[in-house]
Design a protein around this ligand. Sequence first.
Ligand SMILES: *Cc1c(COP(=O)(O)O)cnc(C)c1O
Length: 342
Amino acid sequence: MVDPSDIDFYSLGFNFIETKTMFMANHRDGKWDGGRLIPYGDFEISPASCVLNYGQGIFEGMKALKTKNGEITLFRPEENAKRFNFSARRMLMPEYDVNNFLNAVKSVVKANEDYIPPYDSEGALYIRPILFGYGPILGVHSSEEFKFIIFTVPVGPYFPEGFKGIDLEISKEYTRAAPGGTGSAKTICNYAGTMLPAKQAKARGFAQIIYLDAVHMEFIEEVGAANFFAMINGKLATPRKTGTILEGITRESILELASKKLGLEIEERDISYKELFNESCTEVFCSGTAAVITPIASVNLEGNERVFNNRAPGKITNKIYELLTGIQRLDLEDEFGWMTKV
Ligand SMILES: *Cc1c(COP(=O)(O)O)cnc(C)c1O
C-alpha cells in the first residue's frame, strides 16, 4: 500500500495506486459467504481457473467524490449493482444481492477514506468491483467457485489541462461487439480486443476509435469505452440500445438532464457516421464514469476530417458537463435523487 500522505492528490492521472483495504466475498457450494474487508493484496489462483482460460469475468466502474462540505458521495450506485447482476447473468455467474453490493462498496470507500482526493483537486476515488470464475475447469463451462472483489484507486480529473476536445478516428476495420454477443455486458472479454485498435489509432495521433455496428459498418456504437452523443438538427442524438452497446449510467443521466433541464428533444436512434460530416451535426461528445463528458474536437475517416466548433467544446456539451458534475459534487441540488452519501 502507498501511504496517503505520500500521494500528491493534485497531480494524479488514471494510473494504478495501491490503497489500504479491499472487499472480498467467495461463492462456494452454491452460496455466497458474508464477505469481508481485508488488506489489499495478491491471492493465489489455479492455472486452470475459468477466468484465466475462458474469460469468465465482469467488472464495474464507479467513483466516490468529496464534496465542498467534506461529505463523500456516490453517483447512482444501485444502477451499477443492477448492471453488475445483468453482466453476471450473461456470463453464467451468480448474482450479488443489490443491498449487499451497496454496503460492500460503502464499507470499502470508508476504509480507504484517506485516499479520496480533496474537493478542490477535482479527483475521485475510483471503485472497481470485479466478479470472476475462480475454480479450475477444463471443458468450456462455468466455474463452480467465484470471487467478488472491490478495490479502489485515487484518480485525477479527466482533464488535467482543462476541458479540451479529443480527436477520434472512425474504424472501418475493427468492431467491438456483434448482435447476439456480449457488448451490453461489462465483461472483461470485451476489452482486451480493443487494445490493439486503440494503440494503432494513438500511433496515428488519435485519442480513441469510434466503433461502428458490426452488421452494416455504418451506424455509430461507442467511443472506446464511452457512449457517444451528437447534436444533430438541434436535437441530442445517441445510439439506441441494440444489445451491442454498453448501456452507460452516465448516458442515461445525460438524456434525463438534456430533456428535463435543458428542454432538448432527445433521440435514441441509429446514427450513420456520414451524418457527422454534415453541417447539421454541430457538436459531439462522449460519456462514461471515467470519461465524465469528453468533448470531441474532430472525427476522421480515411483522410477526411470534420472539425467541430473550431475544436472548442460546444455550448450544449458545456451545459451538460456543468449540470452533471455540479450534481455529482453536490454544488447543485440533487433534484433527481441520484446521490448516495457514504
Ligand atoms: C463502462 C462503459 C461505458 C460507460 O458506462 P457508465 O455507466 O456511464 O460509466 C460505456 N461503454 C463501455 C464499453 C463501458 O465499458
